[in-house]
Design a protein around this ligand. Structure first.
Ligand SMILES: Cc1cc2nc3c(=O)[nH]c(=O)nc-3n(C[C@H](O)[C@H](O)[C@H](O)COP(=O)(O)OP(=O)(O)OC[C@H]3O[C@@H](n4cnc5c(N)ncnc54)[C@H](O)[C@@H]3O)c2cc1C
Length: 453
């Protein structure tokens, strides 16, 4: 490795993960070259060739060695290997972050009054309120800094922006606002929370450890996948969970969008900019998408840009990393959910040629780090909070741990509702921090179980 590694990032326009990659290197103070492949066929081909056929941005290289996209880059950062590759010496000799904070292993873990897991709209709203209440919040960003809103181009239903606002701009503004009041926002994925003693012990996936008097879990939800043959192998080679990120790479191809909610309808509409035709595939007859999106998709159907395939499911994705997606296998049944009726005489299986497949089939809550704590989760993994009226709505079963946003709310899952819950959680946490004897009794002793409502 050279003394100053050469970092190259292939980017494209409207690419939230490209911005995340650039922000990561900016945070580290590392210089890099960017190559914007939008509209530059030659550069695009070069990127695909250097990335072993992957058609997704960003693609990061260090000294000509492929690191990969955002997932691979952030994973490498978590383990500290990225810093090693970059030749960045850690201030504490390897056991702390670049700012030299303590992180367990050696000295005492850093103590924080309040930690917020997640830098989506719920976490950042909580941070604004908590910082203004002098609770000195530390926001840990997780593997998707800024959360789901960074994946969308226009947010048109967030109050206060009559012309709409881009998801990344909304999030950047909120982070700036939180930092203005003193919140710290850092990279870090919480792996484990120990609630058996006070303060809570919070361990990150990079081994760093904090203690905290209170925790707001605002860790949102991640895109669900189908677990069908071909999906993993072709992820990044024509299969994607982010239309805004990857749609432009499949220009003039026929594309399938799978799902029946707002996200699927929005993605299908967005993809008509690039696609020869978009096929919106949904396993049932009825859609969950709001009327606004159904009307917009209907216009595209009338223009011939979108075709809706109801009562149909994709069961296999075929292709290769070199050639991308070639076709999918689908099944259909007039009464829906065809994969549940494989032997029914009206169930039909068929092959369908497409160049790209976009998954928009809902989300799985990010609550793995709370398993083993007293925080009660429902059968799908969403956090159960007290709810109801009056104060304390965001309390979990563990005093001092609060839940906010999509990680709690499987029903509304909107930016404005997530922000509202982030505000409530910060106020609940403030009341807790004012009144509780933090650092005293064990969580188990203090635990006042919530009603089963
Ligand atoms: C494509 C798309 C378009 C959308 N458009 C709109 C729209 O127009 N209007 C609207 O109202 N809503 C929209 N939504 C929904 C909206 O984005 C979500 O409701 C909102 O982002 C939820 O915010 P949140 O903060 O609860 O969670 P998220 O946005 O999911 O953020 C969760 C955060 O938690 C972090 N995290 C996860 N695990 C950990 C961990 N272990 N440790 C630390 N941090 C962790 C993640 O990195 C992330 O920062 C859209 C969603 C998508 C996917």
């Amino acid at each position: 490795m050279t003394e100053h590694p050469h970092v190259e990032i292939y980017t494209k326009e409207d690419c939230p993960y490209c911005d995340k990659a650039k922000d990561l290197f900016d945070e580290k103070g590392v210089e890099y070259e960017t190559y914007n492949v939008t509209g530059d066929e030659e550069l695009f081909e070069e990127m695909v060739e250097r990335a072993n056929g992957r058609k997704t941005a960003p693609e990061v290289f260090i000294d000509d060695e492929l690191v990969g996209g955002w997932d691979e880059t952030s994973a490498l950062d978590e383990t500290g290997e990225l810093d090693e590759k970059l030749g960045i010496a850690r201030a504490d000799g390897g056991n702390g972050d670049a700012k030299g904070r303590s992180e367990g292993g050696g000295g005492d873990p850093e103590h924080r009054k309040l930690i917020v897991s997640g830098s989506g709209i719920a976490g950042l709203t909580a941070a604004i309120y908590a910082a203004r209440a002098n609770n000195d919040p530390l926001v840990l960003q997780g593997d998707e800094p800024g959360g789901q809103l960074t994946l969308t181009t226009e947010v048109e239903n967030y109050p206060g922006f009559p012309e709409g606002i881009s998801g990344p701009d909304l999030i950047n503004n909120m982070q700036e606002q939180a930092e203005r009041f003193g919140a710290d926002v850092e990279m870090g994925i919480i792996e484990d929370v120990d609630d058996t003693s006070r303060p809570f012990r919070v361990e990150l996936s990079n081994g760093k450890v904090f203690t905290t008097d209170a925790l707001i879990a605002a860790s949102g939800a991640s895109a669900r996948t189908l677990s069908i043959p071909g999906e993993d192998e072709l992820m990044g080679y024509g299969v994607s969970t982010c239309a805004t990120c990857d749609g432009a790479f499949f220009r003039d191809e026929e594309m399938v969008v799978i799902g029946g909610g707002d996200a699927a309808f929005e993605e299908a509409t967005f993809l008509t900019k690039f696609a020869e035709k978009v096929y919106l595939v949904h396993r049932r007859e009825e859609f969950r998408a709001e009327d606004y999106w159904q009307d917009r998709v209907q216009e595209k159907v009338e223009d011939g840009d979108i075709e809706i395939m109801k009562n149909t499911e994709v069961t296999e994705i075929h292709g290769s990393p070199e050639g991308g997606v070639s076709h999918v296998k689908m099944v259909t049944h007039p009464e829906g959910r065809p994969t549940e009726k494989p032997d029914h005489p009206e169930t039909e299986a068929f092959d369908f040629d497409v160049g790209a497949v976009f998954l928009a089939i809902g989300h799985t809550p990010n609550t793995g780090y709370l398993e083993g704590t007293g925080v009660r989760l429902d059968e799908d993994g969403y956090i159960r909070t007290a709810g109801g009226k009056g104060g304390g709505q965001t309390k979990t079963d563990v005093p001092g741990i609060f839940g906010a946003g999509d990680v709690v709310d499987y029903h509304y899952q909107q930016a404005v509702t997530a922000a509202g819950m982030g505000c409530k959680a910060a106020i609940d946490a403030d009341e807790y921090l004012e009144t509780a004897e933090v650092g005293g009794a064990s969580a188990a002793q203090e635990s006042a179980a919530l009603s089963d409502d």
